[in-house]
Design a protein around this ligand. Sequence first.
Ligand code: HDE
Length: 713
Amino acid sequence: MENDNSKNEKVDQLQDHTTDNSGEALTTNQGLKINNNQDSLKSGERGPSLLEDFILREKITHFDHERIPERIVHARGSGAHGVFKLTKSLKEFTKAKFLTEVGTEVPVFTRFSTVGGSRGSTDLARDVRGFSVKFYTEEGNYDLVANNMPVFFIQDAMKFPDLVHAVKPEPDNEIPQASSAHDTFWDFISLMPESMHMIMWLMSDRAIPRSYRMMEGFGVHSFKFINDAGDVHFVKFHFKPKLGVHSVAWDEATKISGKDPDFHRRDLWEAIDSGAFPEWDFGVQLIPEADEHKFDFDLLDPTKLVPEEEVPVQIFGTLTLNRNPDNFFAETEQIAFHPGHLVPGIDFSNDPLLQGRLFSYTDTQLSRLGSPNFHEIPINRSLNTVHNNNRDGHMRQQISKGKVSYEPNSMGGGCPFQSMMKDGGFVSHGERVDGHKVRARSQSFVDHYSQAKLFVNSQSAPEKKHLQDALIFELSKVKIPAIRERMVGQLNFINQDLAKNVAKKVGVDVTKLEQPNQSIPADADPKTLQSEEREPATKSSDALSMKNTAKDSIESRVIGFIMEDGVNASDVNSLKSKLEEEGAEVQIIAGSLSPVKADDGSSFTPKHSLTSTASVCFDALYICSGKTSSDNLLNEDNKPGTIHFVNEAYKHCKAIYFGTDTDEIFKASQVASKKHKDSAIVTAESQNANGSFIKAIANHRVWELETERNNPA
Ligand code: HDE
C-alpha cells in the first residue's frame, strides 16, 4: 500500500535506482530494443543456433549468474522499510544526533530472519529470530543487528563456527533442514554449559513466534553510550512490540510449516500492505560506567541479561514499519548489516562475542555480495554522500573525480579532510586498556546456570510445560544415548524436576540424577565448567514471561468465519464490522470457493475452502449463525473438514464462537466433551451478554486451558 507516511529520504534515494517497465519496450542490457523474445537466432528454421546470437547469450548468461551465496546464518528472512521516531531525548547519555532531539525521524530498513535454515526453509522452525535494523541517520548508517532473545549460546567468538556447524544440517547427508533436533547440535550443547541460559530461551515458545510483528528485539551485548561531556553508560537495547509477544503451539508450528511455510513472511507483507503497520517501542537499559561491577554477573558476558527489576527499560522512541520493498533481491537480500556500523555517541563494549562480530560482518559480505563496494548497492547507501580515497574494485559505481586518491594532499586542497570531533568526527571511547596478552576467559564469566534458573523460575505453568515438551521432542531425535544423558545432566543443574521429567521421556535413567554433580561431563571444556552452584540475585522476572505481555488488542488477528449457504447475513455482517473496527481481519471459509448464498439473498465470497487452508492459519473461529448453513457444513462432503477445523482450533487453545443454531456442530466436535467452563468458547448468549469473543481473542491462545482441552473427560 502506498501512503504518504511511508515516503522518506531513503525511499526517495531508492527511487533513483528503481525502474518501472510500464509502457516500455523490451531491451538488452545495453538498451537495444528487442523485436523477438521467443526464438533464438538459427541457421534456418530447423537448423543449429548461432553463437553470434548476443541477445540469447546475454539473457542466458545473466540467468546463469542470478544467484548469490545465501547468508551462512540468517539465510531466510523478510524485510520492510519504516521510520524510527524519537519520543524522549537521550542527550544526557549520548551525542548520537538521532537520539537527542524529540521528534527526529529516521528512515529504517528492518530484516527479520530465522538462523539455521536455508533461504527456502520454513518460517516456523524452532529457532532464534534475527531482528536487524538499519537506521539511515544524518550522521551515517547505524545498524542494530539484534535477535528476538536477549542472550546468546556462547561467550566468545572463537566458538561461533563450532556452534553453527553443530546446528546446521549434518555434513554427511545434509539432514535435517532448519531444525536443531539432531545429534550434532545436542552433542555440542551438552558440552557447553555456557549455552544453558540460551537453551532455555530456545526451547521456550519464543522460538515459535506467532508473527514477526509480535516479537521482542534485543541488542544482546552491552554497548556504550557516550555524551558530549565524554560520560559513558553501558546500554542494552530493547524493542517491545505494541501488539504484545505471542507464540503459536509447537503442533501448530509443524502444521503451518506444511500449509504455509511463508506464514511469517506473508503475515508481515499483508499487514503492511493493508495499512496495519507493525510498531515497537524502542527502549534502553542504562548503567553508568561506574556501576559496571555492581551485578552478580559480568556485563560483558553475552549469556547474561540485565533483569528489568534491577535496571528498568526506558522507552525513548517508536519503530514503525510502513512500506514493503519493491524488490526482494535488491533490498531484503542485498542489505548488509554490521554491528560495527556506528554513529558518534554509540560504541562497543569489550564483550568478546561482539568483538568477533566486528570482523565477521564485513568479511562475509565480501563473499556474499562479491565486492568491497557493497556499500554502493542502493539499499546499503548512506544518506550522506561518501567522500574518501577508497577506490576501484569489482562493480564500482561511484565516479570519483580528479587525480587525488590519497591523504594528505595539496593537489586536492587537502580534501576530503578529517572532521573535527565537534563537527561529527567519530571518536572511539578512550577507555584505558592494559593487560597481558592471554587466550583466556574471565572467571567472572563462569556462571552458567543461575540465569537459566531465573528464566525457568519466571515462566508460567503452561510455558514451563511447553519448554519441557520442546526438550523432550528435541532430545528424542538424538540417536546417541550418551548425548541425551549428558544433556539431562546439564538440565539437572537448572531445575531438577525439569531434568527428571525429560529424563523419563528420553530413556535416561533417573536415578543417575540423584547426585547432581556427577552429571558434569568429564570431557567438557574445563574453562567453561562451573565448580559451585549459584542462585541468581533476582529470582524471577515478570518481563521474561509471555503471560505478562499486552493482551488488550485484537489488532491484525485473523479470524476465520466458517459458513455455508443459508448463513445468517445479519449476524455475520454485524460481527464482521465489530471485529474490523477493532483492527482484526476476517477471512471467510466455506465448503468451496463459490459465493455463499446468505438467508437474505446477499452473498459472501470465501477466501478459502475448508480443504485449502487449516485452522492453524487463524487466531480464532466464528461458526457462523444459521441452521441451514450449519446443516450444510455437516453434509457428507463438508463434515470432515468442518469438524477437523473446530477440533484443531480447540486443541490449540483458540477462541471459538458458536453462532445461533450451530449446536449440531458444537455437539459433533470435541468441544462438547469439555468438563468445565471454558472461557474461550463463546456462544450466542455469552457473546451478546458481554462481548466475550473479542476478549477471548485478545487473550491470544488461552494456554491455561491446554491440559483440559487436550485431555477431555
Ligand atoms: Fe550474527 N552473523 N554473528 N549474530 N547475525 C550474520 O552476517 C556472527 C550474533 C545476527 O538480516 C552474518 O550478513 C558471528 C549475535 C543477525 O542480514 C555473519 C557471531 C547476534 C543476522 C554473522 C554472531 C547476531 C546475523 C551472516 C559471533 C544477536 C542477520 C550474514 C561472534 C545480537 C543479518 C551476514 C541480516 C548475520 C556472524 C553472533 C545477529 C556470518 C561471527 C550474538 C540478526 O557475519
